[in-house]
Design a protein around this ligand. Structure first.
Ligand code: ADP
Ligand code: MG
Length: 611
């Protein structure tokens, strides 16, 4: 019998490869835009018709191609971007597989016009299903224009598989946004059916974000920046109150390449913990710069998935930098962390019982900016030993904190702290029994006493689940509560958790409970009332927020307690709240997202009184 295995002709091989690289018009958009970026273009124009089904054209002012290169670019595995296997580990360009153009020309009508600056004449090539129809020298502009018409014209099954124009357009828009975000220094134009969708001037990332997503983003961006010897993180996260119900606006770029990575996404979410309602997703555009040898981008043809050799370390760093950003943003840059009121001392280290990440984070916040980056090496080590790290080790690895007070004292058993000493310089004022006002370097700090207290209590309650349960104050005259059958079942369901917070009770049967103790900080309050209010708040949160029982209980109790105790708070106790609040992991908001304080800039105040 004859041998039957044959090598496929290139045209068929390319069509098959195209199946992987080009799934829809948006894939063509992505590949062409990235090629233009790789070619060093400073201005790129994207023109589509019929959501890319009829036409995708990309025109750039990049370096262009020689006659031979123009022809070569259409071959499979033809690339100018890598030469040997080792180059795979130093990739800085978007492309490197040399598959895109070969794939695209296999399944569409393509016209390429290209010219290098140094050449008199450019080249025009027309291709259909990998077959060169025309190649001629021609007078064309510097740069490259690639015009892709009738995508999948020769693969009806693929063409029929395409979605409606609005859906395909959305995919294209997504790709455009990613390239636009990754390259704010490139000016970009986007037209659909002769209508202008975007005209983006070159500029800073923040400007690009606003141009892409709208003016209202202007005041919602919190800069995020962290340098470490191995990785740098830059970009923006959205303020918590700006979070949306959809995940759409979350962007990670690794060495400028857009990636999807749920693990790293989780790192950001962790940093936002306690600041967002459930099912709300924060906005972020974060750039991770990392030595290419630690990243494998070669895991998927469309390259939105990458592999890191140490993603746990990256997780820790991302989470820490986002927390850092969130913690610092409300304290405007003019309030220098190192001068005047010395905000650094506000931010004290929680006692050693706190969870690992918090310890890292808080410890870092205590360091001067440059010291902080020097200590990243330590964090790497810590991240690697996550399971076995102890508070003592952290102490040892963060040596610059000596001599500082490290109280995370309760509001009730408050010990004097750095800020109280500082307050000899800047006095705190309490107004209307509701707000605390204090002079700070850049102007005036105004704090909502109740909101601040709620945040402090919430974080304190949370630790009762991870550490020691709260102390309970036994009642002299235990009170009975009669509950509805529904509430009774609910209470039994969360009994364990309630007791960790410091409540003690016993079931008497017939939906009757006896309250024998309440958390010590609530002594002198009516046990029955508190218990009922806690339950009420818990149920309300449960339907509205859908959060975990523990989180819900902490939020509920913090809210009730803050409201109740604020009324009877002495001036002195209230004053200590400032100190307490800035010792929190997330001082800016209550768990439900209400701001706890604001800073009125001196310039603004001056403005009020200028003639
Ligand atoms: P890759 O980008 O992976 O190298 P492509 O098939 O996308 O593979 O492109 C093949 C080659 O064609 C590129 O390596 C590059 O040299 C050249 N090329 C493609 N598009 C452009 C462009 N817009 N400007 C200049 N050169 C280009
Ligand atoms: Mg390419």
């Amino acid at each position: 019998m004859q041998d039957i295995i044959r090598l496929l002709p290139d045209s068929i091989a390319n069509q098959i490869a195209a199946g992987e690289v080009v799934q829809r018009p948006a894939s063509v958009v992505k590949e062409l835009l990235e090629n233009s970026v790789d070619a060093g273009a400073t201005s790129i124009k994207l023109i589509i018709k019929d959501a890319g089904k009829a036409l995708v054209q990309v025109i750039d002012n990049g370096k262009g191609m020689s006659v031979t290169d123009a022809r070569m670019s259409l071959e499979r595995h033809a690339t100018s971007k890598i030469q040997q296997a080792a180059d795979l580990f130093t990739i800085r360009t978007m492309g490197f597989r040399g598959e895109a153009l070969a794939s695209i020309v296999a399944i569409a009508h393509v016209e390429i016009k290209t010219k290098r600056k140094e050449d008199e004449l450019g080249t025009v090539i027309e291709v259909e299903a990998s077959e060169i129809k025309k190649q001629e020298p021609e007078l064309v502009k510097d740069g490259t224009s690639i015009c892709v018409k009738n995508l999948f014209y020769n693969i009806p099954a693929r063409r029929n598989f395409l979605k409606s124009n609005p859906v395909e357009f959305r995919h294209i828009n997504d790709e455009f946004q990613r390239v636009a975000l990754a390259n704010p220094e490139v000016s970009l134009l986007f037209h659909n059916n002769d209508q202008e969708i975007f005209q983006l001037e070159a500029g800073k990332l923040s400007k690009r974000i606003v141009q892409l997503f709208g003016k209202n983003y202007q005041n919602q961006l919190i800069p995020c920046q962290e340098e470490t010897p191995h990785v740098s993180i830059t970009g923006y996260v959205g303020k918590p109150e700006f979070a949306k119900k959809t995940r759409g606006e979350q962007f990670f770029f690794v060495n400028n390449r857009f990636i999807k990575n749920s693990y790293l996404n989780h790192a950001v979410s962790t940093a936002f913990q306690g600041l967002l309602k459930d099912d709300y997703y924060p906005f972020y555009v974060l750039f991770i710069e990392i030595d290419p040898k630690h990243v494998d981008v070669n895991v998927h043809p469309t390259k939105t998935e990458v592999k890191f050799d140490d993603d746990r370390m990256l997780y820790g760093i991302i989470s820490a930098s986002v927390r850092q950003a969130l913690g610092a943003f409300n304290v405007t840059p003019s309030i220098d962390f190192n001068t005047d009121v010395n905000f650094e001392q506000f931010i004290q280290r929680p006692s050693s019982g706190e969870s690992k990440h918090d310890r890292d984070y808080s410890s870092f916040r205590n360091l001067e900016k440059d010291q902080r980056s020097k200590n990243w090496d330590n964090l790497y080590e810590i991240a690697k030993r996550e399971d076995i790290v102890t508070p003592e080790q952290i102490e040892k690895e963060m040596p610059s904190l000596e001599g500082e007070e490290r109280t995370f004292s309760s509001v009730i058993n408050h010990t004097p702290t750095a800020f109280s000493q500082e307050s000899r310089v800047a006095k705190t004022m309490r107004i209307h029994q509701k707000y605390l006002v204090k002079q700070v370097k850049s102007g005036m700090l105004v704090m909502d006493q109740r909101a601040a207290f709620e945040r402090i209590l919430y974080e304190r309650y949370l630790t009762r689940f991870s550490n020691k349960p709260g102390f309970s104050q036994s009642s002299l005259f235990p009170q009975q509560i009669q509950l509805s059958p529904g509430d009774y079942t609910l209470v039994l369901e969360i009994k364990n958790e309630i007791e960790k917070l410091g409540f003690k009770f016993e079931e008497m049967g017939q939906q009757m409970l006896v309250i024998q103790g309440i958390p010590t900080e609530l002594s002198n309050c009516n046990e029955k009332e508190i218990f009922e209010e806690l339950l009420e708040q818990f149920k309300q949160n449960k339907t509205e927020l859908g959060i975990s029982h523990q989180d819900n209980l902490c939020r509920s109790l913090a809210k009730r307690t803050a409201t109740l105790k604020c009324k009877s708070m002495t001036d002195e106790e209230a004053e200590k709240l400032i100190d307490q609040l800035f010792a929190c992991k997330q001082p800016n908001y209550t768990p439900s997202g209400q701001p706890t304080f604001t800073i009125i800039n001196l310039a603004k105040i001056e403005n009020w009184f200028s003639p």
